[in-house]
Every structure is written in C-alpha cells, then in structure tokens.
Ligand binder design. Sequence first.
Ligand code: NAD
Length: 334
Amino acid sequence: MAEKIVVTGAAGFIGSHVVDALLARGDVVVGIDNFDSFYDPDLKRANLADAMLHPSFELVEADVRDTAAMRRVIDAFHPDAIVHLAARAGVRPSIADPALYAAVNVLGTTVILDAARAAKVARLVIASSSSVYGNDATPPFREDDNAITPISPYAATKRAAELMCEAYAGLCDWMKIISLRFFTVYGPRQRPDLAIHSFTRRISAGEPIPFFGDGTAERDYTYITDTVQGVLGAVDRSRTSKPGHEIFNLGESAVTTLSELVILIERALGMTAKLQRLPAQPGDVRRTLADITKARKLLGYAPSVQVRDGIPRFVAWFRESGIGAASATTAARG
Ligand SMILES: NC(=O)c1ccc[n+]([C@@H]2O[C@H](COP(=O)([O-])OP(=O)(O)OC[C@H]3O[C@@H](n4cnc5c(N)ncnc54)[C@H](O)[C@@H]3O)[C@@H](O)[C@H]2O)c1
C-alpha cells in the first residue's frame, strides 16, 4: 500500500537514494533539504534530478532547525512516516565546528521529533552512526554495547540524538522511533569528502592521497543499495512494531583495512596511488565492524554487495558522472 513519507536530507547522498527507492515502490514523498554548503549544492541538485521529474515527489527547501517551517510541512502533508537523514556529517569537520554540528544534529533532530509529536506522526526512522561506539566497544559492535565514550563532536551529537529519541519514545507512548547506525556508506553519489570518493578523485587526477596512520585502520564499508534496503526495512517494520525506540546497526559486517581499500581503488581505476603519509587523525576510530544479527532478524536486512564488487561499481559511476573531469577543470582554474 502506498504511503506518504517525509525524507529530510533528501538531496544528500543517502537521502536521494532513499527518495528514489520510495518513489520506485509507489510512495508519495516530500523531501526536505536546505542545500547547505558542506559540499557543492549543485551535486545535491543533480542527486535529485530524477525525483524532481516524478509526479509523487515534492521538494521543500528548508532548515530542520526551523521549528515553524518543520511544523508547517509535517502538519500539512501529515505523513505516515518520517525518515530523518538531514545532518552535518563527517568526523573531522565536526572538530573544527562543533557548535554547528550540535545545532543541526541535536537541535534539528529534536525539532523533527517534536513536529512529529505535535502532528501525531507515530513512525520515525532516524540516521545515526557507527561512530557512537567510539574506541571502547569490542568489534563486532552490537546495539546493546556501551556507547558512552564518543571521541568526536560528531559522534557525540549522533548519540545525543539517539538519547533524544529515547526520551520522546518514553514521553509519547504511541511513538515508534527507529535509529539506524550506518557504517561508512559508499556508492554512486557518495559525499565527496569521504575516503573512497576523495581517493578516487585524487588518484585519477594524479594527485597524492592523504594516507592517515599506518594503513591498518579497519572500516566496515556498506554499499548504498544495502543501506537503502535497511532503511526501507525500518520504515516497513515501524508499520507493525510496538511503540518505543529501537536501534539497529546497518553495516556489511566485514572489515577492510585502509591499505586494502587503496589497492581496490587502484585496481578499479587501473592506476597507482601516490601516498602522502600523515599521522592518524584525532576523532577517527581505529576499527568499525557491525554485528547485524538484529537487523537481519527484525528488518529483513540482507546486505549483498561486498567491497570488492562495490568499489568497481563506484568507480564506474565516478567515471560516467564526469565529476572527476569537472573537479580537474576547477582545480586548473585555481
Ligand atoms: N555516509 C555515511 O557513511 C554515513 C555514516 C553514518 C551516518 N551517516 C548519517 O546519514 C545521514 C545522511 O548522510 P549522507 O552521507 O547522505 O550526508 P549528506 O551530507 O550527503 O546528506 C545530508 C543532507 O542533509 C542536508 N542538510 C544538512 N543540514 C541541514 C539542515 N539544517 N536542514 C535541512 N537539511 C540539511 C544537506 O544539504 C544534505 O543534502 C546523516 O545523518 C549522516 O550523519 C552517514
């Protein structure tokens, strides 16, 4: 049955794929995004190019911190569910501007929760992050592991947003809130700041890549189609689940070292990387690895794209998109 869904952060990497998938299955979608300047807003407009042509999609350009605007949109559309993905993402930039991260990620999430409460929208799916586990939990991370020692402002804001969900679920005993801890997501439209995208761009331009630490840092990389399947699984679960706040890991449940990642990108590009060796960065966790037993069981989550297949797919998209050529031209212009 078609549903009405609000997606915040709709023009972003994950948001635009979620919008496309909801539209493809027949849902009616209102997307909210403020096209912030974290990266080129033109890339975000390109992400939504197909959705903008779809009769069941409407875009609202607004800031999730704007209480009046969020109430207006959510009251008027009265969605069956809200998928809240808008955020300031990224660990390292959060160290440079922690107050902005707190405002968008904690206040913004609170505004969305409260607009949902006021409009009696019961079902929310909210983006969290593997970074909430910090360096203290022992991989593979389980949802019931302690997540009380974040090592970056970004991680702290994501955990704070989860706790706000917990508070709302306690106060409003009819709300069903699902927090999804994404583990490094990649694929077409990936944010240009993230390692796979920025390495691919730099290697293809013949530029050195910043290589932090000794290359043994491990990440659980998740291909975007798998993440989207998990998000839709959460939307569907919230139709029949009991009220409350639930947390799920969405990862691939496999680790790749930084050195292995570079080799995979080199192979897919048919080029060799020049490494600019730099010390490990503050805020970066040593290792992420998801235990996805809970998501498999309750969301029907079944990730299927391993990193050795996903990286060539990303590189193929990167070449087709012309992003590399565009950034080379910009760089040449200075
Ligand atoms: N990509 C990952 O690997 C990853 C990992 C863990 C968690 N997450 C979370 O997933 C979500 C989506 O991440 P993404 O990688 O697609 O990032 P993204 O930056 O591509 O998308 C976020 C979108 O939110 C919008 N936005 C930012 N501030 C806003 C505001 N104040 N009001 C309205 N819109 C605003 C941006 O313009 C952008 O389009 C975020 O909540 C992020 O924290 C992502």
